[in-house]
Write a protein that binds this ligand. Structure first.
Ligand SMILES: Cc1cc2nc3c(=O)[nH]c(=O)nc-3n(C[C@H](O)[C@H](O)[C@H](O)COP(=O)(O)O)c2cc1C
Length: 199
């Protein structure tokens, strides 16, 4: 796996799922391999704030996220694809973000330096139905600190698509579909080049 894609909407086959499909086509064209993990259809419980991870670096909750932690912790390049629900990541996706507290604790409480990925890359793909000028500010901040918890740099690429209420609003816009494919291809190329440099 070169890239881990996290789909943070609960809606399988919804607009943000289709958005990630388009981006994935570009990634594939660039010759990079992407693994997708969606919260849709999975059991992802919210963080309980119990603090256990501060001493163990592990989350006590046993759900579909439990076995995914090693993949999340090990990913060097991460794409987040999300719709906006009340200006931010939908609750189920936010649960995944909050649960990364266990990884944050490993870095900032337990000082496990191996969790750092300074040469990692992040990408945020986000869409919403409306068009206000502040629409993508909250999600940008949420993902900035999510990437930090994962040991990635706090700067990352973004593609924000306003005015998309349903999948058809995206599929009927070839210009947006092309932008997503091009962004995926560029990101996939950067990641593939980084892989070649490290080899
Ligand atoms: C509970 C809920 C809250 C929403 N809040 C916002 C919002 O704050 N801003 C916005 O632009 N769109 C908002 N929307 C619209 C969705 O972002 C939009 O319909 C999107 O295409 C849904 O994508 P999805 O099916 O992949 O989740 C909201 C939709 C829902 C269901």
């Amino acid at each position: 796996m070169d890239i881990l894609a996290l789909h943070l909407s609960p809606n399988q086959g919804g607009t943000s799922d289709v958005m990630l499909d388009c981006f994935a086509q570009g990634v594939e064209k660039a010759g990079a391999k992407m693994l997708r993990f969606s919260v849709a259809g999975r059991q992802v419980e919210p963080c309980r704030g119990c603090g256990s991870c501060n001493s163990s670096g592990q989350c006590v909750i046993k759900d579909d996220l439990a076995e995914f932690y090693p993949t999340l912790a090990g990913a060097r390049n991460i794409v987040v694809a999300t719709s906006l629900y009340f200006y931010d990541v939908p609750a189920k996706g936010k649960a995944l973000i909050d649960r990364s507290q266990a990884l944050w604790a490993r870095r900032y409480v337990l000082n496990l330096k191996e969790a750092l990925k300074p040469d990692g890359r992040g990408f945020l793909l986000a869409l919403g139905a409306t068009r206000g000028k502040n629409l993508f500010i909250p999600v940008g901040l949420s993902i900035r600190y999510f990437f930090d918890a994962l040991g990635l740099p706090k700067t990352f690429d973004t593609l924000f698509l306003p005015g998309l209420e349903k999948p058809g609003d995206l599929t009927q816009r070839p210009d947006l579909v092309d932008s997503l494919r091009e962004a995926g291809q560029a990101f996939g190329r950067q990641v593939a080049e980084g892989r070649a440099e490290r080899a």
